[in-house]
Design a protein around this ligand. Sequence first.
Ligand code: WTA
Length: 657
Amino acid sequence: MNKENIESILHEKRIFFPSSEFSAAAHIPSKDNLHKIHSIANRDFEGFWATQAKTELTWHQDFTTVLDRSNPPFYGWFIDGTLNVSFNCIDRHLEAHGEKIAIISERESGEITTLTYRQLYQRVCRFANVLKSQGVSIGDRVIIYLPMISEAIIAMQACARIGAIHSVVFGGFSAQSLKDRIENTRAKLLITADGGYRGGKIVPLKATADIALAKGCPTIEQVIVLKCTNQSITIEQGRDIWWHEAEANAHDKCTPTWVNAEHPLFILYTSGSTGKPKGIQHSSAGYLLGTITTMKWVFDIRQEDIFWCTADVGWITGHSYVAYGPLAAGATIVIYEGAPSFPDGGRFWKICQDHKVSIFYTAPTAIRLFMKMGKEIPESYDLSRLRLLGSVGEPINPEAWIWYHQVIGRERCPIVDTWWQTETGVHMIAPVPGAIPTKPGSCTLPLPGICVAIVDEEGNPVTSPHEGGHLVITQPWPSMVRTIWGDKQSYYDIYWRKFEGKYYLAGDSAHLDEDGYFWILGRDDDILNVAGHRLGTMEIESALVAHPQVAEAAIIGRPDGIKGEAILAYITLKDIEPLDEEKQNLLIQELRIWVSHQIGPIARPDEIKFVDNLPKTRSGKIMRRLLRSISRGEIITQDISTLESESTLAQTPQSKS
Ligand code: WTA
């Protein structure tokens, strides 16, 4: 083994095959079928994507150039074609499916509303006309700061309809984060609400926006305010207008603005578990194409499906698999405004039951939360309509995967563990569920037309199984990030410089197994170096989570005079009852032996600390970077604006160790 590379120490051997019933009905029903699609893409890469773009998208003007490689790494796809994203998501379904339900929206209060494709069309057109009447036109930036309700999707689609570039800011972000994003995009207009509900409390969106605007944001000319909670807010005459008043007078038809394939559809700031938020800029045609193909390949979407992706539209998952992909595929989606455990831990399962959800897509952090609450809760709901489950956002620990499979999927539903990033736009490595068997903890194989490799520091492929390296993407792909908004240099430096423009650097470490399956080991920055062995965080964390008392685990390296780095584990337990010191010490011993047995003495934590919560980004990723600073007693100078709750920061250093 090359000592420069990362060692894989977890040996997960379980394998799950799709049922013949699932496969028979799937878009891609067998390994052979999938293999054929891959070989077409391998034989004629551009031809493959050209065919996909012609069959899946409705163009206003056809393209003749497939991939523009003239200025790498600033690639362009279908560059002389024109289309409109909102037309592709809505108008083209009207004739055949106008009365089909597009969106089922459940507020935290339990109030349910639905919109058919025709109603969605009218609302989007009206709101697009409102935006136009406020002087918004093609290329202008619009900030959307709304709760997870239908109007968030309407606002995004309305921007797309007139060629305005939206930037959605998650409703949980602070005034400072909102201000930073407004100023970086130089947005002209802000769309917000009086408030939204989360966990039984009102999130005061307009009041927060007022603070952001008072601090700066000179480019904002107008603020459109949606009435959502009815609490009193301040309206600034001449700047703020009510959504409902403006929409009431607007016409319900709005001709789409045909834009170039490469026209920016949106800017989205990354969740930033490793650094300063970056404005990821996506295109129109290539991005949309990626969302539709993955809806078919990975989610196997069908006309009769009820699709629920639990992500907020403030994240890329909520863009690709709530606001765009499912609608472009003509599906019915469910959206939910509130917290997963409000008013109790059964809320998600009640929603699945009530709305007959057939495809459910969530994050490992949510799955671990539900595991902690116990299987009795989901077991008391009718989840028989579920046919496919998905996971995204972090490596899913095998134990969480198995729980998801047994308790939620009732051993019937394939699980698609989807590896991708804000920057990739859509799934890159994920199971095609009717065609290939899955393994708990592996995101399986790259999708057709997606070229992925694992390479060492010099860029040479790492071929031997269980040896890890950098995950890179070796060919451009249609839904790829186009640049960092206003900062081409950082775009090159962060993603392309390491391999001199040849490969896109994902920033994750991974390894392949004997079957060529990909296993994500964690972020490159989080890799540990223990006595000359380079270890990923995921595998040690997974071993700990497999212990019956452990709910979540975060592994970091602490400088050590002898070993280089010592392994430090932060752990939250399933039992809420605090342990006395003696019991804690016994459990620490037990966990160290447990890890030794599970994966070997090299991975045994040197120190274990029990904490009430782990610091996470607001999209649920564990912030190991922050834990590292805390454990080293450093003053925290890094950007913590993406931290879910500052209280986790307060309790972590004084943790019971
Ligand atoms: C991690 C979310 C393992 C990974 C779509 C990636 C995953 C980062 C998985 C992107 C997965 C996401 N298995 N790790 N299935 N999905 N990640 O930009 O580290 O919020 O680079 O996009 O999340 O996070 P982002």
